[in-house]
Ligand binder design. Structure first.
Ligand SMILES: Cc1cc2nc3c(=O)[nH]c(=O)nc-3n(C[C@H](O)[C@H](O)[C@H](O)COP(=O)(O)OP(=O)(O)OC[C@H]3O[C@@H](n4cnc5c(N)ncnc54)[C@H](O)[C@@H]3O)c2cc1C
Length: 401
């Protein structure tokens, strides 16, 4: 399936950053990873850093799946409120999930500092009530997060207007959030892995997978094989085809990016990402070169040709919505695109061993609006499973829940 429409900014901006050869010879390794997007790259990096011999394969060019379409806001705030997660899984689990996502931002920060030059920056996050009737839910959400020590501040309508210049009934301001160029990060991590002796092969579709209780054999379209003790399925939305039960719904999400805007005009937007309580939500954040990246208006379109046809109209609609909030910001889309986006019904990922396969096949399905923070956490969780250790997130991010 084609995972994106239009011109995803990261792919245009960065181009093909590095040449990885297609797989032409049989190889053996400890862990084979299907998928060279941000998830496969983070998992491979974590495993390789801890002495595991890894091989990454992707059917496209590296990063050319949904990673190239991602708007890459890094938030600990899951699409499902902590209050709602607590009702479903208990308060301890809800806090565990939120805290892990907050920690993931520090983990990505450390990794970005190490690999460098991936447009990482820490930001704040403003989550505003789109309607008066949402205010109460946001106040409850704020109170629960505050009680558990999250660094949040409640802004009433007056403060939102004074600090951000638009009208809203209230908002949660979180001190912890960040942004990154996920495509660049995936490329740089995988190029480093290759330099250090790891195998990275793109333009290598895997046509057959056999898994038993001793390991996995992958066969490419051209007949080359990889034999591994473990297989990590980081194939993005394609991973679902290996499960009997449907665990997520595919949706399309739309985005556009402006030309660089001067810091004075961006004002508080420069280092605060903004999103709202309506669903699907409108969201925006800046890039290092001062562009405004806007996304939202998700729909259930899952047919690439239909999605392609929507891109310009959706970009205009998003720009009109932002103009209502920030009339002084120039909002002409320089590039607009759409991407496939999977949603789970609780907003959490599926990371670990599935009930359909043995422990040699590990899934890294970092779905939802927090996909990249989930990938970061998934890397640690999957390493623990490969090393046969327990991990605190297994019960809430795994198939056990
Ligand atoms: C428009 C949009 C906005 C988003 N915004 C955010 C956001 O603000 N914050 C956030 O955290 N997340 C966001 N996400 C989600 C985030 O982008 C995803 O979670 C992330 O890109 C998933 O990365 P991945 O590596 O798992 O998947 P992908 O990047 O899709 O990589 C999977 C790879 O597997 C390969 N593959 C599949 N099948 C095979 C096979 N048989 N053989 C070989 N290779 C195979 C594919 O070619 C692909 O490259 C957004 C997504 C979209 C589309």
């Amino acid at each position: 399936m084609d995972l994106k429409s239009g011109y995803p900014f990261w792919a245009v901006k960065n181009g093909l950053m590095h040449a990885f050869p297609p797989l032409q010879e049989d190889l053996r390794c400890d862990v084979a990873i299907i998928g060279g997007g941000i998830t496969g790259a983070l998992v491979a990096d974590e495993l390789a850093a801890h002495g595991h011999d890894v091989a990454v394969v992707d059917q496209r060019d590296i990063g050319w799946g949904s990673t190239s379409a991602s708007t890459a806001l890094l938030q600990y705030e899951i699409d499902t409120h902590m209050v709602d997660l607590a009702k479903r899984y208990g308060e301890d689990n809800a806090v565990l999930a939120y805290r892990a996502c907050a920690d993931a931002i520090d983990l990505v920060a450390a990794k970005a500092g190490d690999i460098r030059d991936v447009d990482f920056a820490r930001m704040r996050s403003l989550y505003y009530a789109s309607k008066r009737r949402h205010r109460r839910d946001l106040e409850d959400e704020f109170a629960l997060r505050k009680r558990h020590g999250f660094e949040v501040e409640w802004l009433d309508g007056g403060r939102v207007k004074a600090d951000y210049g638009f009208d809203a009934p209230g908002a949660i301001l979180s001190a912890k959030a960040a942004r990154i160029d996920p495509y660049r990060m995936a490329y740089r991590l995988l190029a480093r892995l290759q330099k250090r002796g790891g195998a990275v092969h793109d333009r290598t579709p895997i046509a057959r997978i056999e898994v038993d209780d001793r390991g996995a054999t992958l066969t490419s379209n051209d007949g080359a094989t990889i034999k591994a003790k473990h297989l990590v399925m980081a194939a993005g939305y394609a991973s679902q085809q290996f499960l009997r039960k449907k665990v997520a719904k595919n949706r399309s999400s739309y985005a556009f990016i402006t030309d660089p805007i001067d810091a004075g005009t961006l004002g508080a937007l420069k280092d605060t990402m903004v999103w709202e309580s309506a669903r699907p939500y409108l969201y925006m954040r800046t890039t290092g070169d001062g562009r405004l990246l806007v996304g939202g208006d998700d729909d259930s379109v899952d047919i690439p040709a239909r999605r392609d046809a929507q891109v310009d109209r959706k970009a205009r609609k998003l720009a009109d919505k932002v103009a209502e909030l920030f009339p002084d910001v120039p909002l002409e889309p320089a590039f607009a695109w759409a991407g496939t986006f999977a949603e789970t019904d609780d907003g959490l990922p599926w990371i670990g061993v599935s009930p359909d396969h043995g422990r040699r096949l590990l899934f890294a399905m970092a779905y939802g609006g927090n996909g990249i923070t989930y990938s970061m956490l998934g890397a640690g969780l999957l390493r623990a499973l490969v090393e046969r250790r327990k991990h605190p997130l297994q019960g809430i991010f795994g198939f056990e829940r």
